[in-house]
Design a protein around this ligand. Structure first.
Ligand SMILES: CC(C)(COP(=O)(O)OP(=O)(O)OC[C@H]1O[C@@H](n2cnc3c(N)ncnc32)[C@H](O)[C@@H]1OP(=O)(O)O)[C@@H](O)C(=O)NCCC(=O)NCCS
Length: 220
């Protein structure tokens, strides 16, 4: 298997989105369809502090990873940033699939969605959440922090070391950009992902709400 890692360009986002949908088949974003997911992923190409890379096998994406260095250049955190990029295609996708308005993930994020509608309509200003991601107490020395936002491997290729390859690549790339503290959020039920991060030296640091953990790693 050729596991050459490539920087993503605009032209690659559809292939990456297809891999994302395969890796997260039940998520609300996946249900909104490939156009929405690829538009949302344009966020990763929107600044020098962001990374997105993938593994191309015969024109198909078999794994990808994206994130950002929290250097203060973003008006919003990653989720809001991506929501803003995918906003118009989300509206179209929802008009075509109105039943998704009752998707549990959407219902649980009602406040977040409403905030982003107001932001899109320019009725609400940024709160600069992208400067240093909470919780600040996890990174008391305020080392430059990188957030691993998304990672996925084609389900048929799990447990072959591709996830680890992508995690290490994320660390190397963001380390080269100055990051020394790394964080991510993972659902507590996602044992496979947690195992993969732990195998690569990440530690569960704190609970985030009732459903997720924040995992971190420091490299000096
Ligand atoms: C999380 C995810 C990316 C992990 O991908 P992965 O490729 O299966 O993960 P890993 O690289 O850690 O796999 C390691 C396994 O491959 C095995 N392996 C085989 N060849 C290997 C090699 N050359 N190098 C390293 N490990 C290898 C290891 O022994 C290990 O097996 P074990 O778990 O039985 O010990 C993947 O499960 C996924 O896409 N999940 C759905 C999306 C998701 O949940 N993303 C995370 C959201 S926070």
């Amino acid at each position: 298997m050729d596991t050459t890692i490539k920087d993503a360009t605009n032209d690659d986002l559809k292939a990456i989105a297809a891999c994302h949908i395969a890796a997260f088949p039940n998520s609300f974003t996946s249900k909104l369809g490939i156009n929405f997911v690829s538009n949302m992923m344009r966020w990763y190409l929107s600044g020098k502090n962001k990374v997105i890379f993938w593994i191309n096998e015969d024109g198909k994406c078999i794994g990808y990873c994206g994130g950002y260095v929290m250097d203060g250049s973003d008006a919003y955190g990653a989720t809001s940033g991506m929501t803003q990029f995918g906003f118009n295609s989300a509206v179209i996708a929802l008009m075509l699939r109105p039943w998704l308005l009752f998707h549990p993930e959407l219902l649980s994020k009602y406040k977040f969605i409403w905030t982003n509608i107001l932001r899109k309509l320019k009725l609400k200003k940024s709160t600069k959440t992208g400067i240093i991601a909470p919780p600040h107490q996890l990174n008391p020395e305020k080392k430059l922090q990188a957030g691993l936002v998304v990672i996925g491997v084609m389900p048929s290729l799990h447990k072959k070391g591709i996830g680890s390859l992508l995690i290490k690549e994320f660390e190397n790339r963001t380390y080269a950009m100055g990051a020394r503290f790394f964080s991510l959020s993972v659902r507590q039920e996602n044992a496979r992902a947690i195992q993969s991060y732990e195998r690569n030296g990440w530690k569960i640091t704190v609970e985030e709400g009732k459903v997720s953990y924040i995992m971190t790693k420091t490299i000096d």
